[in-house]
Structures are given as C-alpha cells and as structure tokens.
Design a protein around this ligand. Structure first.
Ligand code: GCO
Ligand code: MG
Length: 437
C-alpha cells in the first residue's frame, strides 16, 4: 500500500485512526465483541470463481461468513474488500448492522453497482451470521421466525426436442421436484442454458462461434415448450429463462406464443435497459413474469412493484448488497403481491444460498428457490451447504447462517484467469453484432 499523496483538501488527509472512529454510542469497554480482521478467499470448487469473506473477532472461535460472488469480476470485488471495506470494519463492534451497512456503502461516495454491492454483501452476510451466533439463533429467527416448513426448490433441465426435455422433466418430478426450469436448444444456434451436445459444439460454445438468432428462437422454442406441457401433464410447474436476449417487440411475441405452455414464470423476457416495456409485456399474455438477477439496486424494482407489472422478483442477495437491503425489498414485494424466486445457480456460493434460505423460510412473499446442484467439491469446502431433498430446502436450525467454510479444502480449487469464465462478451447475432448472452 503506497503512502497517501499530499492532497490540496486537508479534510481528505484524515489520519486512518479517525476514519475508524466507532459509532458514537459504542460502549468503550474492550471486552465487547470487536472485529479483528476481514479475510477474503478466492476458490473455485463449483467451476466458477467464488469470493468468500470471513469476518473474525476478538472472541475465540467467533467469526462470520459472507459471499461476494460476482463470477465475472471476482478480483475487483476482492480488492474492494481487502483495500477498503475490510480495513474500515476492523476494530468495530459488529452488532450494529444497519449502521455499518450504511457506513460502508457511503464510504465509496459514488455508491452502488454490482462490484461494490457484492463486496458490501460479503460483509453484510458475515455480520448477520455473527449476530445469529452471538444470539444463539438461526438468522431466520432474527428475521421473524418461520413462515413455512421448507422452501420449494426448482432444478434445471434442457434438451433439443420435446421428447428429451419431457423425459428429463419427469425424471426431476421423480426426484420430488414440483418446479422445473426448461431450456431448449435451437439447432445450429447459440441458446442460453443448454448443455453442448458433443465436443464440436462444446468447442463452438467456448469461442461462441454459434450466433444468436431471435427468429429461430421464436419459431422453435414456444412450440417445444407447449409440446413438453402436453407430454408432462398439468401437475408440474415449468419455468423458462429468456435471459434478456429479446427486444421488447420480440418479447411480446414470445409471451403471446408461449401461452399454451402454462409456465409458472418466464424469466428475463426483457433486459434491465428495457424495463419501461414491462407494462405492455404484461398486457401481451397471462404468463407470469420474473426479473431481477441483474438488478444491483433494490430501488430498481420499485417501478415494477408499484406498477404491478411483474409476478416474481429474482433477487440476487450478493448483487443487492446483502441481507440488509434484500429483507427490505422482500417486505415491499409482499406489500405488492409479488413473490420472490431468489437467484441460485452455481455461481451463488453456499453462503449466499444460506442467506437466501434465511429469507425464504421467514418471508410470506417467498415463491420458489433456484437450486443448482452443488458439486462434491463445493460441499467439501462449505460444510452445511443447503442441498435440496425431495424438491425442497430446509432451513438450518443452528445459530447464524448455518454454514461453514473449510479454508484448507478451498485451497485445493484455485480459480482460472480473469475473463476465462463465461465469455459473456463474445456472443454475436446473425448479422455479426454483439448480443447480450
Ligand atoms: C439463472 C441465470 C444464470 C446466470 C449466471 C451469470 O437464471 O440461473 O440466468 O444462469 O446466467 O448466474 O453468471
Ligand atoms: Mg436467469
């Protein structure tokens, strides 16, 4: 760390000690719980970069865990934690989460954004974990206790034709799932959420050689989804993720065309940039609409909630800045009759999933939880990771978030180089233009 340069504005040359001044009401006695260190870890047991934070205290064995998982910018979120938020937290009493959340948020002056919020979430979750451990209560008890016995989970299937997809849906139903996300491959085109069928396609996927073709998607996918519905019957909820690849006009056509599939929800039919088109999208059909994984500002949901133009909020707790803002957003969702479907693909760590579960089990607004299958390596690194059984997730009944972190095991799964993951920038449309992936 280079010595601070002399600046013209003396106020900015505040000695470090003053920046770390405790809240005016913090009792002086030294034996109170105090943060002694904020450690960050980069690990990749699930095949994508995870940034995990451990907030350590002066009480033996008392620490809190957090998740700062922006899988496309892990080094950036880690730097915010190591250089700014962590040093600001050391020496403080971890109990006043609201105060600390705002202090850390305001410390950047230019507030918000995915990177800052993921870093903030890592501290925020750790403070809630600590508060539960100090209180001897699971975090869901701090949020008002249980509103349900378990949280329904949804799993992912994909395929090239209705027969294959229907088979996989019925297999998932056999495992106890009542909600299944269905993605369909468009032949010879890049399609979100579908596994490459062979080595050649896997190679094309790595270089994003296949193009995105909305017309082919609109012609192919709604018919397959309706066919899958006919094959699996009415007793399983089907979900689909359009992954913000359509224009508002195309999304209206898709919503109209997919009516016969009777979807539980259609996700990300519109990109955040096109949010103003949701009211007309809602008018185009009866399919419930879900959105939110790309939203890092909780207030970005307000026009959609107040306008009653969505049915599900796909909240991503790490990207929103943690449990503190997420619990407030979920309360507002409840007021507007919008349910939650928290984001939970493999790139939300088990710590983030444990935070999801604290909200899911305690909030009346909960709808369904996305539940990727954690690899054995991930379960090894995160003892207590939430794992669905019979299609649902149980909330841990131990103090805190109910999850742990094995630092030694984490070292066995180093992450890849920057830009190695996902290649979101590489997708192009049939005319060669860059396209949201
Ligand atoms: C989902 C998402 C993810 C994202 C991924 C980005 O609904 O699960 O769309 O698959 O694409 O989290 O890193
Ligand atoms: Mg999605």
């Amino acid at each position: 760390m280079t010595a601070p340069q002399a600046t013209t504005d003396d106020a900015r040359d505040t000695p470090r000690a003053e920046v770390l001044a405790p809240a005016p009401w913090t009792p002086a006695e030294a034996d109170g719980v105090r943060v002694t260190a904020v450690r960050t870890f980069l690990t990749g047991p699930q095949g994508c970069p995870y940034v995990v934070t451990r907030v350590e205290t002066n009480q033996p064995g008392l620490y809190g865990l957090g998740d700062a998982s922006d899988p496309q910018r892990p080094l950036a979120t880690r730097a915010v934690l190591d250089e700014y938020l962590g040093p600001l937290l050391v020496g403080r009493d971890p109990a006043d989460i609201e105060d600390l959340h705002r202090l850390l948020l305001n410390s950047g002056y230019w507030r918000g954004g995915s990177i800052e919020h993921n870093a903030l979430a890592a501290v925020d979750l750790a403070l809630w974990d600590l508060k539960g451990k100090v209180a001897g209560l699971p975090v869901h008890q701090l949020l008002g206790g249980k509103a349900r016995a378990w949280a329904e989970a949804y799993t992912h299937v994909d395929g090239a034709d209705a027969a294959e997809v229907a088979d996989k849906v019925l297999t998932a139903v056999g495992q106890g799932y009542r909600h299944v996300r269905v993605q369909v491959a468009v032949p010879g085109r890049d399609t979100y959420g579908t596994a490459p069928r062979d080595a050649a396609e896997a190679a094309r996927r790595r270089t994003r050689t296949d193009r995105w073709d909305t017309l082919a998607y609109l012609r192919h996918v709604p018919a397959i989804l309706a066919d899958v519905r006919d094959r699996v019957g009415p007793d399983v909820e089907l979900l689909h993720d359009a992954h913000e690849r359509m224009t508002p006009a195309e999304a209206r056509q898709f919503v109209r065309a997919v009516e016969d599939a009777h979807l539980y929800f259609l996700e990300d039919a519109l990109a955040p940039e096109d949010v103003a088109h949701f009211p007309e999208l809602r008018a185009a059909g009866t399919t419930p609409l879900a959105v939110g994984e790309l939203y890092h500002d909780p207030r970005a949901y307000l026009p959609l909630l107040v306008g009653r133009s969505i049915d599900f909020a796909r909240i991503r707790i790490p990207t929103l800045g943690g449990l503190t803002p997420a619990r407030k957003l979920v309360a507002v969702c409840e007021m507007f009759g919008v349910r939650t479907a928290p984001h939970g693909p493999g790139d939300v760590t088990p710590v983030g999933m444990a935070a999801n579960m604290a909200l899911n089990i305690s909030s009346p607004a909960f709808g369904v939880q996305e539940a990727a299958t954690f690899r054995d390596a991930t379960l090894e690194v995160f003892p207590g990771a939430p794992v669905p059984t019979d299609g649902h997730l149980l909330a841990p009944e131990v103090p805190g978030l109910g999850i742990d972190f094995d630092e030694r095991a984490a070292r066995r799964y180093p992450v890849g180089a920057p830009l190695e993951h996902d290649r979101w920038a590489l997708l192009r449309a049939t005319d060669g233009s860059v396209h949201r992936a």
